[in-house]
Design a protein around this ligand. Sequence first.
Ligand SMILES: *Cc1c(COP(=O)(O)O)cnc(C)c1O
Length: 400
Amino acid sequence: MTYEPYRRHYEEILGDIRSSGMWKEERLITTPQRAGIEAAAGGGKPSSPCLNFCANNYLGLADHPEIVAAAAETMQRYGYGLASVRFICGTQDLHRKLETSISSFLGTDETILYSSCFDANAAVFETLLGPEDAIISDALNHASIIDGIRLSKAKRRIVRHGDIDDYRAALDETRGARVRLVVTDGVFSMHGDIARLPQICELLDGEPAILVVDDSHATGVLGPGGRGTAEHFALQDRVDLITSTFGKALGGASGGFASGRRELVTLLRQRSRPYLFSNTLAPAMAGGAMKAFEILQREPERIRRLQENTRLFREEIQRRGFRIAEGVHPIVPIMIGDEKKTVEMARRLYERGLFVVGFTYPVVPRGEARIRVQISAGHTREDLERALAIFAEVKAEIGE
Ligand SMILES: *Cc1c(COP(=O)(O)O)cnc(C)c1O
């Protein structure tokens, strides 16, 4: 056996990634995740402080002392790991409690934990649907939904992003299916736009269908209580299954869940492969997530601060002559258009201590290059003003 002939093969692929400009460099952060971080400068230079405007740390909970303490205490009390899947010997009272508290928070029948929302999405479609069934999925749904759908044998119909007429056509086309399932991200991460749930629900009115919403960017973010997209639109009783993550607003560590109709969740517990064949969520993560939910409910002003920071940034960045994708979500895409300019701009912003990400083709369509900013409740007024000033400086330098 020799690996040698394959080395060239993979080197070529890696070469292609580099030459297409798609190579991903990872920046080393030397502090906890928060608004003000330090990133290793490389070449032995000292870490440089910078303002972080590209984390999913929407509520600023990633370094919250109470969550850190809760995770540490849970680890002391329940140990480091369970070395088992849930159904053999991997369920502690803690896991059950967390599931129950998520259900009562969201007003759902039941909840099942996964190691990540990626796993939750890998679980849902294969388990709930067979070849006689059909999935209707938004074209811009998250990669984990796309992969999850690939695992299922159901027929699939991809609808143009947010296009209600296409949803209607898809519903008509799938009328013969035994079960129809409609799935959408609650919030789409590249644009920060919110699923058109009122229109989708109106369309589904009286239709036999299961509505699944992936609220990873909405839990803890949207709605007066942070309950997500359905609460934002006051449509909480209309969504059958929500998948979401602890890896964003809820402390940002890891873990995810599916929450909704009793029969669906029960079947996921019996049959879903990422649940049956993957290790249980570590106790510390469960303890931390529990505390994150507690803080969210105890301090709803965090959500208001996030919404206020978002409104302020969206207004002020436009006043400085930038064009943004309209919306209300803390994901704020600043539309630059030109690819090279976007890359250069992101570089200069970073040089001045503002950490944001530029997205160019093929991550977004050609000519729609953008800088994506993510606002947090953890940003102070000064942080926001500093970020806006840096944007204005760089714009003045390179013209926009
Ligand atoms: C981040 C994200 C996921 C993945 O969540 P993890 O818990 O990190 O696996 C899934 N779906 C959407 C829409 C996301 O934004």
